[in-house]
Design a protein around this ligand. Structure first.
Ligand SMILES: Nc1ncnc2c1ncn2[C@@H]1O[C@H](COP(=O)(O)OP(=O)(O)OP(=O)(O)O)[C@@H](O)[C@H]1O
Ligand SMILES: [Mg+2]
Length: 252
């Protein structure tokens, strides 16, 4: 197989029920190295629930998740993080009073087995400092390392969240609406970052900004009421009559 298209995460018939509600219904999905795979769907379609099952925050009701061919369906969240699954959240999760670098260092430490290192002097945490600085560099935030996170612009905060995810040194990035609330310039910056990151990561992008999705995604999966109604490249999705009716609207 071409290593550039290596499947890192394989999802089979993944289902999550909340009482009588089937929030995610038998979803099949592949995340490949070198690809941005967008998951789109209206509010409540099950996108965040899907991410929560892949990151291990929510248990699956049925189905299977494999990382590099190994079944991780019942693996705890921290073990998945260590194995290379990183995520960002729909709602902001930064520590506003801490510096940008400190935020990344805490994220890096949380993903290491030495959780007690939180109480070490920051200078002693060589590994997490290194991971934090690398992540800031990768996210284009090095110059802001000393800034207090709460004082950043909205776009820079979202970029910091991607950096915090990178600080855990993941191979799979699960990004839940990283463009939400962004202006045009901030969106461009994030898209440039994602295009750069995809060469060395498999990226799942949940996003409502359709212009951005159709520009950046290599593949798009469309969910309606928990069920996948189509998966394909952007051209195929745009032309899919069922997608146009159910989601994009006839004018798309
Ligand atoms: N913990 C929960 N308990 C009960 N129902 C839940 C829970 N989490 C999500 N749901 C329900 O599952 C469905 C899918 O929710 P989810 O948050 O995954 O949608 P989404 O596609 O991420 O939507 P949005 O675009 O608004 O973020 C919704 O009907 C939601 O109300
Ligand atoms: Mg959501």
């Amino acid at each position: 197989m071409n290593p550039a298209n290596q499947v890192l995460l394989r999802v089979e018939k993944l289902t999550r029920r909340f009482g009588g509600l089937v929030a995610v219904n038998a979803v099949d999905l592949d995340l490949r190295l070198g690809e941005v795979h967008a998951v789109i769907g209206t509010n409540g379609a099950g996108k965040s629930t899907l991410i929560n099952m892949l990151s291990g925050e929510l248990a699956a009701s049925e189905g299977r998740v494999a990382l590099d061919g190994e079944d991780i369906t019942t693996r705890a969240q921290f073990r998945r993080a260590r194995a290379g699954i990183g995520r960002s959240y729909q709602r902001t999760t930064i520590f506003p009073e801490f510096s940008v670098l400190e935020n990344c260092r805490l994220a890096a430490q949380a993903a290491t087995p030495r959780a007690w290192a939180l109480w070490e002097a920051s200078a002693a945490c060589g590994t997490s400092n290194g991971a934090a600085r690398e992540a800031l560099e990768a996210a284009g935030l090095s110059e802001m390392a000393g800034r207090i996170a709460g004082t950043l612009s909205h776009g820079a905060k979202r970029q910091l969240e991607v950096a915090m995810c990178l600080a855990t040194r993941p191979r799979v990035l699960l990004l839940d609406e990283p463009l939400a609330g962004m202006g045009a310039e901030e969106t461009e910056r994030m898209l440039t970052l994602l295009a750069r990151l995809k060469t060395s990561h498999a990226i799942l992008l949940v996003e409502h900004d359709m212009d951005a999705v159709f520009r950046i995604a290599d593949r798009i999966t469309v969910m309606v009421n928990g069920t996948v109604i189509a998966t394909g490249d952007p051209a195929a999705i745009r032309a899919n009559p069922e997608v146009r009716t159910a989601y994009l609207g006839e004018g798309a």
